[in-house]
Design a protein around this ligand. Structure first.
Ligand code: PLP
Length: 385
């Protein structure tokens, strides 16, 4: 179905139907994977014609499987267009390279995912981009750090890993007033949790590796927004020239996962809330951060901009001393004691994952298992410290 026909339908319907039609040669209902590096032509004239109308010539520049995924991503976030990349970081890099230039100022939120932080701090600054950081939970701090050359504000909400929730509407109003763009990394809160473009962001970026694929078997990234900005990222610049083009097979896996996004995300959120409540009541736990927990610093914004859904990540600090062990040693024991939950870094997949972060925080990326089984696993792991 065409985008216009779909536009009045709910996003769950749109992401199943967008970018999808019967395969023109076989009528196959499932989208084919165009697993090819290049495209062949009968004549040089045919190749020239494909070149002239930006047809398919070489997969780093474009591929029908990637286009199908891009249509679905645009429908997911209610944007005009989308561009895919080989990973979330590939998508962020491609967008930043396309939008920023030497001397322009990028104002980032403090507390970003650490690879994003390194990208902004080390690599972009080396290219002459003026990069600085502000506390985006404090609008006065954002205002104080705006400069005449500020071109872009970049934030995550909720942040990885400490789950700080940023008021996207309020930051977007500041960006508009200042005449700069706002890009939001929504990896931790895909629809049905939040739709950042509707909250006023100019661009939204996702690590598709996480909830959107949902099965932990492919890396991918995507940026969604108005056509003129996406085209700036797509042609003639990135990810063709960062080399961060997504593979057709990964695009296909991500599309397959995406069809069940709404169901999965709601289950991640239900499980995470149950775990957050259990941990909050444990005598071994000092602090739990989870935006849908009443009393959490992010609770009100979670109701306002996240449909009351807190996401799939729970941040936990054990007491400073647990059974005679210092917090960090107890963190290690807790993680080592889990049986159903796996020690691994990532999120948004069926398996529940646990890891010890800096600052002696434990991050639980809650999966799709039965909540009672997960709680029992954590209970026994805490008792066995
Ligand atoms: C918030 C956030 N943004 C971006 C990324 C990068 O995504 P990828 O690993 O797909 O490059 C991650 C990865 O964990 C993330 O958590």
């Amino acid at each position: 179905m065409e985008r216009e026909e779909l536009s009045h339908l709910a996003f769950e319907t749109q992401i199943i139907h967008a970018g999808h039609s019967f395969d023109p040669t076989t009528n196959a209902l499932a989208s084919p994977i165009y697993q090819t590096a290049t495209f062949g032509f009968e004549t040089v004239e045919d190749m020239d014609a494909a070149w002239d109308k930006l047809g398919y010539l070489y997969t780093r520049e474009g591929n029908p499987t990637l286009i199908a995924l891009e249509e679905k991503l645009a429908a997911l976030e209610g944007g005009e267009a989308a561009v895919t990349a080989a990973s979330g970081i590939g998508a962020i890099t491609s967008a930043l390279y396309a939008i920023l230039e030497k001397g322009g100022h990028l104002l980032c939120a403090k507390g970003l995912f650490f690879h994003s932080n390194i990208l902004m701090n080390d690599f972009l600054s080396k290219l002459g981009v003026d990069v600085s950081f502000a506390d985006f939970q404090d609008l006065e701090d954002v205002k104080r750090n705006l400069k005449p050359n500020t071109k872009l504000l970049f934030l995550e909400t909720p942040t990885n890993p400490k789950l700080g929730v940023v008021d996207v509407r309020a930051v977007s109003a500041l960006a508009k007033e200042h005449g700069c763009l706002l890009m939001v990394d929504s990896t931790f809160a895909p629809p049905p949790i939040q739709r950042a473009l509707e909250l006023g962001a100019d661009l939204v970026v996702h690590s598709l590796t996480k909830y959107i694929n949902g099965h932990g078997d492919a890396l991918g990234g995507g940026v969604i927004g108005p056509k003129h900005l996406i085209e700036k990222i797509k042609y003639p610049s990135m990810p063709c020239f960062t080399g961060a083009a997504l593979s057709p097979f990964n695009a296909w896996l991500i599309m397959r996962g995406m069809a069940t996004l709404d169901l999965r995300v709601r289950r991640h959120c239900e499980n995470a809330l149950a775990i957050a409540k259990f941990l909050q009541s444990s005598p071994y736990v000092e602090k739990v951060i989870y935006p849908a927990l009443p009393g959490d610093a992010g609770y009100e914004l979670c109701q306002k901009q996240m449909n009351g859904l807190g996401g799939g990540i729970v941040a936990v600090w054990l007491k400073e001393e647990v059974k005679g062990l210092a917090r960090r040693a107890a963190d290690y024991k807790l993680c080592n004691n889990t049986k159903v939950i796996t020690i691994a870094t990532s999120l948004g997949e069926a398996n529940t994952l646990i890891q010890v972060e800096n600052d002696d925080m434990i991050r639980i990326a809650v999966g799709l298992e039965n909540a009672a089984d997960l709680i029992e696993d954590l209970r026994q792991a805490l008792e066995a410290i």
